[in-house]
Design a protein around this ligand. Structure first.
Ligand SMILES: Nc1nc2c(c(=O)[nH]1)N[C@H]1C(S)=C(S)[C@@H](COP(=O)(O)OP(=O)(O)OC[C@H]3O[C@@H](n4cnc5c(N)ncnc54)[C@H](O)[C@@H]3O)O[C@H]1N2
Ligand code: MOO
Length: 397
């Protein structure tokens, strides 16, 4: 058996690093910037009005109430803005360029709203309701740094400084294959001895959540020739193959039987669930073979695939947030294995340490309990039982 940490390093090394590529902003959500984004324009690009109202010289309204002739009308988008002559006002809309000569904007609510003459009821101070060039981003500075994860605000900023594309770590293309002759996909009816396939649905969603592109083969029967015939041709277009099922000690371990002689090594990891694992290269393509039990799939994803894929796609935050919490009940744990139990963590207002209790038993078929969990409780290899009230490590999902 090898440790969770050693195997995680093996998988991380195997998956390696994605190349970099330019993608349109619409395809970049969740990806990581590989190059700085320079601000080719200032934000705002020009002095402009923050309000619908009147552009004035503050000095002209110092004796408010005053009435000024309205010399021009400036909607947003107007580019031929005439200078403001002293003693006049321009009607101006939010986002429209401040005319040269004006130094303040008076909101329309503080006037009579006139279009030929306007009565201004309140005095203004220079700078009122004026948004200055570059006060958000100065031209020529770095708007977004390499390594930034592109969420919606970051993509908005990239668009605002005039980019159509960003250079990112390429999203990895992952081929997900579920194996098992017992697997059926809805809406086919379920006969005795069969189960509905669920692993590929979970894996695809989890991988897409990291930014991967995913291709899925929902079920391959436990037949080595059939497995190779279906999966091998799809390898060429994949950066990674992830399988589920067929890796343990039985007589029909299709993944193990198909790939043992083709560069994939199968071993036991000192963890529960997720003990039986395999990884290596098939035709040069990285392969990670997960055990078939649904909870084993999810825990393996957390322990190995998630950090390795995040690292490959340029992320530096690879870990789930880890906190300490007190157990609400006694929990046994297998000797020599790191156990991951599904749990529910809460932290009362003002408390430093939260509490955590298990959701469901340790069985790796108990998927429903996972859906009610918000964390994994981690019981280290040397622990065989943790008592109620003991502090344990918790990974927040
Ligand atoms: N003699 C031993 N038997 C088993 C061992 C062992 O060490 N010695 N390990 C057990 C552990 S732990 C696990 S985990 C499983 C892993 O087995 P496999 O990877 O070969 O997985 P399968 O046998 O194909 O499936 C296990 C279980 O999961 C169900 N399954 C499989 N694929 C799916 C899917 N896509 N969607 C939903 N459910 C799926 C399958 O029907 C089985 O019930 O081996 C233990 N046995
Ligand atoms: O190690 Mo297997 O993954 O429970 O249940």
């Amino acid at each position: 058996m090898i440790s969770v940490d050693a195997y995680r390093a093996i998988v991380t090394d195997l998956i390696g690093h994605a190349s970099i590529t330019a993608v349109p902003l619409a395809e970049a959500a969740g990806l990581v910037l590989a190059r700085d984004v320079p601000a080719g324009v200032a934000l705002p690009p020009f002095d402009n009005s923050a309000m619908d109202g009147y552009a004035v010289r503050a000095a002209d309204v110092a004796g408010a109430p005053v009435t000024l002739p309205v010399a021009d009308d400036i909607p947003a988008g107007r580019v031929d803005v005439a200078p403001l002559e002293p003693g006049t006002a321009h009607r101006i809309m939010t986002g429209a360029p401040l005319p040269p000569g004006a130094d303040a904007v008076v909101m329309v609510e503080k006037t009579d709203g006139g279009t030929t003459d306007v009565r201004i009821d309140h005095r203004a101070t220079a700078g009122d309701h004026v948004r200055r060039t570059g006060e958000d981003v100065r031209k020529g500075t770095v708007a977004l740094h390499a390594g930034t994860v592109l969420g919606h605000s970051q993509l908005g900023l990239a668009a605002a400084v005039g980019l159509a594309e960003v250079v990112v770590y390429r999203p990895l293309s992952v081929l997900v294959v579920s194996t098992g002759t017992e697997l059926v996909t809805a809406p086919d009816p379920l006969r005795y001895g069969q189960i509905y396939e669920s692993n590929s649905v979970m894996l695809a969603a989890a991988l897409r959540g990291l930014g991967c592109r995913v291709q899925v083969v929902r079920s391959v029967v436990d037949d080595v020739e059939e497995f190779r015939k279906i999966v091998e041709p799809k390898l060429a277009e994949s950066d990674l193959l992830v399988t589920s099922g067929g890796v343990s000690a039985g007589a029909y371990e299709v993944v193990k039987d198909a790939l043992t002689a083709h560069g994939v090594e199968f071993r036991k990891i000192a963890m529960q669930p997720g003990g039986p694992q395999g990884c290596g290269r098939w035709n040069g393509v990285p392969v990670v073979t997960l055990p078939g039990n649904p909870v084993s799939v999810l825990v393996s994803f957390e322990a190995f695939l998630r950090p390795a894929l995040l690292a490959a796609m340029g992320h530096t935050a690879l870990e789930r947030r880890q906190v300490r919490a007190r157990l609400t009940e006694d929990m046994p744990s297998p000797e020599g294995r790191r156990q991951y139990r599904r749990g529910f963590y809460t932290q009362a207002d003002g408390e430093v340490t939260g509490i955590v209790g298990p959701r469901g038993g340790p069985g790796s078929h108990l998927l429903a309990a996972f859906t009610q969990a918000n964390c994994l409780i981690v019981l280290p290899e040397e622990v065989t039982s943790a008592a109620e009230g003991a502090e344990v490590d918790v990974l927040l999902l």
